[in-house]
Ligand binder design. Sequence first.
Ligand SMILES: [Fe+2]
Length: 338
Amino acid sequence: MFKRSRKLTLIEKSRLSLKLKPVFIAQLMMLDSLEKPAYSYRQGVFQKELEPNEGVSTNFISKYAQEISSEIFLHKIDYKRLNEKLNEEIIKITRSLSIGDPRSKGVKHTNLLSMQMANLYKDPFNDELLTNQFQSAKNFFNLLYQNKDIHKILYTNLVKQNHHYTVAQPLLSSILLVSFLQHTGMFSEKEIQNYFLTSYFKDIGMSLIPREKFELAHLNDYDKKLFSEHAANSRKLLNGRIPLNKTQLNIIENHHFLNYKIQALISDSFVIDQDKMLSGIESTLLSSIDIIVAVSSKRPYREPMSVFKALELLKKVISPEYPTEFKNLVVFLRHFFK
Ligand SMILES: [Fe+2]
């Protein structure tokens, strides 16, 4: 491991890059061994790091993570095997849903689901992966819906798990959304499931943004446009590929409408087209919770804000239209984050 390998020719390099897929190094734990070598990508060059006959050890994983990178490149054959294994593990958990401790199952499930989502972010046009993630998310919803008492534990645990924030954010906000919608008693199980899936897949358009942009504290106008297009891109990426209805796709495309309302309040130069804004209690609650989770979570470029500061921001844009729901949300969050 970590030794210098023969330099590849230009043709070999380009052929190789077509066959390789990046995964987070911790995900290697899903496989006992590889069928093809695995590579790092350093200073613009792929370097062989692990041969198939070496096996995958926790020692290799932790050394690689410390000394080289959080990502490793697998041959597409091993990448497929890894995704199949992930899916198998998720199915195993859901098949035995009623047996064993729901907390530890939930923790394992959030972890596997997040790993699968991370792969989907890197490979958003992969239909098999998207379908598997949709099924896994539905199964996870069942676990959440049947076990109200584990929502907070799963949320707190996921915050600590160090998944990239683009992967953690949709799952965190969707767990909190289910928890709140159940708490209100205003929605049926089917409705809550629909909003959970809408919330969970709403940011998939982020996968079209180059990864390095997620670490930047200041974005130029081009980057801002790139980020603002993620909601519309999510709709384009999902439409017709997984069973989401028109209402769900509309909510996904407009899930940042409250952010725009807040920006318009803060800055006179920020103008919004009210006619294009979605309204409705469901999309308002989904977007509110997404904002609360985002601003109260740490980012590489800023510290988190308190949940109650975030609520102050939201109050001005929600309260006039939905005073009762806003009060309910405050009471619920006070309890959830106490
Ligand atoms: Fe978003």
